[in-house]
Design a protein around this ligand. Structure first.
Ligand code: ZN
Ligand code: ZN
Length: 129
């Protein structure tokens, strides 16, 4: 898939582009719940395919135990979770995104009030390698 998506945070000062998005899925872990308020719907993107086009100086990083969390320091929008070779980019910031969800991770940790719909495979933790 060769495609470029644009994303912008809530205040609009941070903008970025993502090339060749690989997959859309959800992480239901407790870290994502605390970071976003619920689950994190994210797009898997190779690190080199993510580029800030404005406001990069506003992006702050929270160094969490596993993956550093990058967010807009002005409005608080979650931007991406840094997984090393890949970024997990918050899906709600990219208005033209039209991928179908293809996975749910860390489902064992979702809150009781969250109901997962759709047909995407659900993994208790991470998918088998
Ligand atoms: Zn912002
Ligand atoms: Zn998570």
């Amino acid at each position: 898939m060769s495609e470029t998506l644009k994303g912008a945070c809530l205040c609009g000062q941070v903008e970025y582009e993502v090339r060749d998005p690989e997959a859309l899925g959800y992480c239901h872990c407790t870290r994502c719940q605390r970071w976003t308020g619920s689950n994190l719907a994210g797009v898997v993107v190779a690190r080199e395919n993510f580029t800030f086009t404005s406001g990069e100086e506003l992006v702050h990083t929270y160094e969490s135990e596993f993956a550093p969390r990058n967010f807009c320091s002005n409005c608080g929008s979650s931007i991406y979770d840094d997984l090393g070779d890949k970024f997990f980019v918050a899906a709600g910031l990219m208005r033209e995104l039209d991928l179908e969800p293809s996975f749910h991770l860390q489902v064992a940790y979702k809150p009781s009030w969250e109901v997962i719909g759709g047909d995407a495979p659900q993994f208790a933790e991470n998918p088998p390698a």
